[in-house]
Design a protein around this ligand. Structure first.
Ligand code: FES
Ligand code: FES
Length: 406
């Protein structure tokens, strides 16, 4: 049995923007954030990703000259924008002075926060009229450092501001709307301490994801990818087995069939575990098959136990002849949409890796069942094995990029 990935359907957006003074054109998934595009598509790995929800500031870049969280910036919204990453500040005099001061004042240890910290600090050096420690601390409050305790960082920024003002370099005025990176600003340029106190706003609980319409046959998936694998059995045997829903479910790790109310309708659950995240999706699926073309479609919809994440998806399959006589090749076209908290976690790349893992396990179980030797199916997706697979795949992709460059 072998597995292979066919080229996946391309539904990405075309983007053109300037990065570090260079016009870049690329394609990206509609919900990809700018940090991922910079790191994964342009290999500008100086932009670090920490929390990926706007808290830590590690991902800070300059967007049209202003600090912005690249993890909160949808890449599609950057068409025509001017983006500067830490790599683009190599020859910037202010960043240069800050680097010297950071070294001198021991303002970094592991360095993970440092690119974002330097970009936020540069913004303060340009804008603050004097080396006011309170305003520097407020201005850097959107950038977290887990190592240094901030003392060295604040000292470094103070020293650069003081030296520049002593050299007669005035602060820039106008244009800035407040301290800190975009998204972390608390008020006017007079700083957070001068903002009128307001009653704390009640924190709203995340609303439950609206459930998907039940098996909407006309639904258009947000993401698609293709997969293919081969088994050492003739296509007609494989297609016949695909008609046995219980047998197919038994080959799918983590799947449990709970009801089979009609020949083309099944109900059940799928357990997915990735590291600390565990979700059990319950739902139903409608199955259609076309004997003459040996094709089929499985259309499913479901939600997790809390009802906060929901998914709808379809798998179209075709069972054809494999390369060797007596073998079959199964082509899958997968489309899916995720809603709710899991949508934030379920990046297309991650879902593809998960599906590849699932596909490989499914193919192995299918092969065993067709050979009359059903293998024990794991109760869920092994998170450690999945993580290793993802790391290996990521390493392979990186090596391929390096290989193309060298
Ligand atoms: S990665 Fe933490 S704010 Fe963007
Ligand atoms: S130097 Fe390690 S997080 Fe700041």
């Amino acid at each position: 049995m072998t597995t292979a990935s066919a080229p996946f359907h391309d539904d990405r957006l075309s983007l053109q923007f300037t990065v570090n003074g260079r016009t870049r054109s690329l394609r990206a998934e509609p919900r990809t954030h700018l940090g991922d595009v910079l790191r994964d598509a342009l290999d500008l790995t100086g932009t670090h990703l920490g929390c990926e929800h706007g808290v830590c500031g590690a991902c800070t870049v300059l967007l049209d000259g202003e600090p912005a969280r690249s993890c909160l910036t949808i890449a599609g919204a950057c068409a025509g924008a001017d983006v500067t990453t830490i790599e683009g500040l190599d020859d910037d005099p202010v960043a240069g002075e800050l680097r010297v001061a950071f070294n001198r004042e021991h303002a970094l240890q592991c360095g993970y926060c440092t690119p974002g910290m330097l970009i936020a600090a540069r913004d303060l050096v340009l804008r603050l009229p004097d080396a006011d420690e309170r305003r520097i601390r407020a201005g850097l409050s959107g950038n977290l450092c887990r190592c240094t305790g901030y003392v060295g960082i604040v000292r470094a920024v103070r020293s650069v501001i003081a030296e520049r003002r002593a050299r007669g370099i005035a602060p820039t005025t106008g244009g800035q709307r407040g301290l800190g990176p975009v998204g972390a600003r608390l008020g006017t340029s007079s700083g957070p301490a001068e903002v009128a106190p307001t009653s704390p706003r009640p924190v709203a609980r995340a609303a439950a994801a609206p459930p998907f319409a039940d098996l909407d046959a006309a639904f258009v998936p947000a993401h698609r990818f293709d997969q293919a694998f081969s088994v050492a059995h003739p296509p007609e045997s494989v297609f016949a087995l695909f008609g046995d829903v219980e047998a197919v479910a038994a080959c799918l790790p983590g799947a449990v069939l709970t009801n089979h109310p009609a020949p083309d309708l099944v109900e059940g659950a799928l357990q997915v575990r990735i590291g600390p995240i565990s979700a059990r999706f319950g739902g139903r699926a409608r199955i259609t098959r076309d004997e003459p073309t040996r094709t089929g479609r499985i259309l499913g919809a479901g939600s997790d136990a809390g009802g906060r994440s929901a998914t709808q998806g379809e798998i179209r399959y075709r069972v054809g002849s494999g390369e060797a006589p007596g073998t079959a090749r199964i082509d899958l076209a997968v489309g899916y949409t995720l809603k709710g908290p899991l949508a934030q976690f379920g990046r297309p790349g991650l879902v593809r890796d998960l599906a590849e893992r699932l596909g490989a396990d499914f193919a192995a179980n299918l092969e065993a069942r067709l050979s009359g030797d059903p293998a024990p199916v794991p109760a869920g997706i092994n998170p450690l094995r999945l993580l290793l697979t993802m790391l290996t795949a990521s390493l392979r992709r990186r090596l391929a990029v390096w290989g193309r460059r060298s």
